[in-house]
Ligand binder design. Structure first.
Ligand code: SF4
Length: 480
């Protein structure tokens, strides 16, 4: 469970950069997945055009969301499923709770789902006395550890084998081991019993297909298939944007998603789930419910500047390349969504003021856009958010920055526009820097409010002469 909020970004990030275990884990994740994804993009049989084409598929679905959602609902119902729309997180969890109550559910097994983490579903069900078990191995580990996932697709990346061994010994009563296959086997045994006795299965939805009324899930463990077919009731959650118009478009996007998420051509298990079991089916749930969650997405849809964000398929490729995520990990973002995608989505969904540090913390290097299978322009949206943080925007409930900061930046602008003031301020700074502590010719500590800069590095002092002075002297020497 995530107890960190986006407001604690700086504090948690500062802690994370000094955690050697986390640094090693993040380094190896990015070394492995970033290049693997890039190689797959370079060797796409359809060539480089597939990514912009897939972006176009998503954009078309988002631009016509009312139409494609209506078609999805029609086809899910034709398949025998029930569809529920939830405007808020409270409505979404209440719908699930009502279904659980009507079936006297005591035990739930869950496949990995970002939107259920966003709405805090586990906590609501647990408060009702319902046992919820995450069945994705990484999610299972962080649930046992009572921690928050730190990566969209690799939730337990921050945990060592030793920590997992100790955790399993303590919580599952297994013999301590650090051997990954044995640990996986221990988790498998514990989960098998949960699958067989669960009254309800909950899953997310990687992409729903309006044309067929199917939802599709992708995993590498096969757990989602068990969670969605063994219990009598299956409740699937999807953000209202996770939809494509037809199977052909869905297929291209799912391939790109697997490349971005895990450097794979396609995930190990791709399941097309189309409603409850039919009379002649040997297995499958008796009831299928699809909960379509808005929870702030309509507001994003209505703003042309941020609408593109709804094209995101939560593959995590942008995390696997981001220099900031690669140092601070996922916990600092204080929401289900971390990395560059979290730096845009979290302020948009949960408040620009509260999430201000997230968008200010990114480097705008552009690596996320290059790594994104759909080439979503995250840097552009990060800049747009920064603008709202600086200027304020009543539409987004964004307060302008403090008067002190505004005065400081107006002063900075004045200084840079007026040559005389600029030159005088450099003279003053050059004199003042003589009083600052130095080592090997570098300034080791700046005074407040600039001291943040020298907390992690030294700074080069200002040169004795400006470029303009040197140029003038040179011209004088040459008699020009
Ligand atoms: S922004 Fe792109 S790379 Fe990042 S999670 Fe979304 S789809 Fe994947």
């Amino acid at each position: 469970m995530n107890t960190v909020t986006p407001k604690e970004y700086k504090k948690v990030a500062a802690r994370s950069v000094t955690d050697p275990v986390l640094q090693k884990a993040l380094g190896s994740l990015q070394e492995r997945l970033g290049p693997a994804t890039r190689r797959l993009y370079e060797n796409l049989p359809e060539g480089h055009k597939l990514r912009p084409i897939a972006h176009g598929y998503r954009r078309k679905a988002i631009d016509n969301l009312d139409v494609v959602l209506a078609r999805l609902v029609e086809n899910v119902e034709k398949n025998g499923g029930q569809v529920h729309f939830a405007a808020t997180d409270t409505e979404a969890t209440q719908i699930c709770l009502d279904i659980a109550r009507s079936h006297l559910v005591k035990r739930v097994v869950k496949g990995k789902s970002m939107v259920t983490e966003e709405i805090g579903l586990n906590q609501v069900l647990e408060a009702e006395g319902i046992e919820v078990t995450e069945t994705d191995l990484g999610e299972f580990i962080v649930q046992l550890a009572e921690e928050a996932p730190t990566h969209i697709v690799a939730p337990a990346i921050h945990k060592t084998r030793k920590e997992v061994g100790q955790l399993f010994a303590e919580k599952l009563g297994t013999a301590y081991t650090e051997d990954p296959p044995t640990l996986t086997w221990d988790a498998r045994k514990a989960l098998r019993e949960k699958f067989l006795t669960a009254d309800m299965g909950i899953s997310g939805c990687n992409l729903a297909c309006a044309e067929t009324g199917h939802i599709t899930t992708v995993s590498n463990e096969g757990n989602i298939r068990m969670a969605t077919t063994l219990p009598k009731v299956h409740v699937a959650f999807m953000g209202m944007e996770r939809i494509v118009a037809n199977l052909e478009e869905q297929q291209s996007i799912l391939r790109l998603m697997s490349m971005g998420a895990a450097g794979q051509q396609i995930g190990g298990y791709v399941s097309y789930i189309g409603g409850p079991a039919k009379a002649d089916h040997p297995d499958g749930p008796e009831e299928f419910h699809l909960v379509i969650v808005d929870n702030g997405r309509s507001k994003i849809l209505a703003d042309e500047e941020f609408r593109e964000m709804l094209c995101c398929i939560r593959c995590g490729a942008c995390l696997n390349i981001c220099p900031v995520y690669g140092k601070i990990g996922g916990a600092a973002y204080g929401s289900a969504y971390s990395g560059p995608v979290g730096a845009v989505v979290t302020p948009l969904l949960f408040g620009v003021n509260d999430g201000a540090d997230l968008c200010m913390g990114e480097t705008l290097c552009g690596a996320c856009k290059q790594a994104c299978p759909l080439e979503i322009d995250l840097p552009r949206m990060l800049l747009a958010l920064r603008n709202k943080v600086a200027e304020g925007d009543p539409e987004w409930g964004a307060e302008p920055k403090s008067t002190v900061e505004q005065v400081a930046f107006s002063g900075w602008a004045l200084l840079n526009r007026n040559r005389v003031v600029y030159e005088w301020s450099l003279k003053v700074a050059r004199l003042a820097q003589k009083m600052l502590p130095k080592k090997d010719g570098m300034i080791t500590k700046l005074p407040a409010p600039f001291d943040g800069w020298t907390k992690g590095r030294d700074i080069q002092p200002l040169a004795g002469k400006t470029f303009m002075q040197s140029w003038k002297e040179r011209k004088q020497r040459r008699g020009e």
